[in-house]
Design a protein around this ligand. Structure first.
Ligand code: BT5
Length: 271
């Protein structure tokens, strides 16, 4: 059982997609919302949501830390058992990234900055130049029959502000000039995520999400350095494979990367 109370995040988004998620559990503080949902994956239903005001052991990929002071940013995780086939599992990160970009585009309106996805799991803000990483996504597979995916989102709302020293290359909505609160973003994110999960799970959903990710990608078309478990290479980011892998042309050969970090070399060159 999840402890905590329900989180009142408004009813602004009626319709079937919002109902994909159960009640939104809220705890003031925890270690990691991803770890909490993974721990109850045996019994928790599809669409269980946990939001917290503060994580004492927020995690990124590869045991990295996800930082945020109390009550400044949106920190949430969702447990899912996607339908439509196991090929959907690896696309949950892309699906949430597409959903978050749409929420940010709505919030920002027609103005700069723009929000785009840096493969595989970052959301960046750009105003011509790169302003920084405004959100990170961590999807973790939990074994079981059927398996579950716990996907977590850290969205920088108030921190790091313009005068704060945050993690390298981090930015926030407030630093980019958008005064908003973490609590007001949970519901729009869930509504958007529910909508895009519906697309993922429908027939043709794998290709549909690939195309939506491509349309919001900051990475495709860039010269990139890929730091992967198999080493470091430089090349030209060409495409996304159906399972979300990054297709990079390296010395005339197409290679696919399913994990790793990338550096956008063109934006480095411009600095
Ligand atoms: C991520 O990892 O970007 C995934 C972050 C997922 C966080 C959410 S919060 C709710 C849920 N519960 C959890 O415990 N986690 C999820 P990665 O790509 O490995 O990036 C991690 C790196 O980003 C760190 O090593 C720092 O350099 C940097 N970083 C840490 N906190 C940051 C922040 N608030 N904003 C921007 N960058 C940050």
């Amino acid at each position: 059982m999840l402890s905590g109370r329900n989180y009142h995040c408004g009813n602004s988004t009626p319709g079937p997609f919002r109902r994909r998620f159960g009640s939104v559990n809220y705890v003031e503080e925890t270690g990691s919302t991803n770890a909490d949902l993974a721990a109850v994956a045996d019994t928790a239903g599809d669409g269980t949501v946990l939001v917290t005001g503060h994580q004492t052991a927020g995690r990124g990929r590869l045991d990295r830390r996800w930082e945020a002071p109390p009550n400044a940013n949106l920190l949430m995780s969702v447990l899912l058992r996607p339908t439509g086939g196991s090929d959907r599992l690896s696309l949950v990160t892309s699906t949430l990234a597409v959903a978050v970009v749409d929420v940010l585009v709505d919030l920002i309106g027609g103005q700069v900055p723009s929000a785009r996805i840096k493969w595989p799991n970052d959301i960046l803000l750009f105003d011509g130049d790169q302003l920084g990483k405004v959100a990170g996504i961590l999807a973790e597979l939990v074994d079981g029959d059927p398996p579950a995916v716990v996907v977590g989102l850290g969205l920088n709302v108030e921190w790091p502000g313009p005068d704060d020293e945050g993690p390298p290359d981090a930015t926030s909505l407030v630093a980019a000039g958008f005064e908003t609160e973490p609590g007001s973003l949970a519901d729009p994110v869930l509504a958007s995520f529910g909508r895009w999960l519906g697309v993922l799970e429908a027939p043709g959903g794998v290709e549909a999400i690939r195309l939506e990710h491509l349309a919001r990608s900051a990475t495709i078309g860039q010269r990139v350095r890929v730091e992967s478990p198999t080493g470091m290479v430089e090349g030209h980011a060409l495409d996304l494979a159906p399972d979300g892998a990054l297709v990079v042309e390296v010395d005339g050969t197409r290679r696919e990367f399913r994990s790793g970090d990338i550096v956008h070399l063109r934006s480095l060159d411009r600095d």
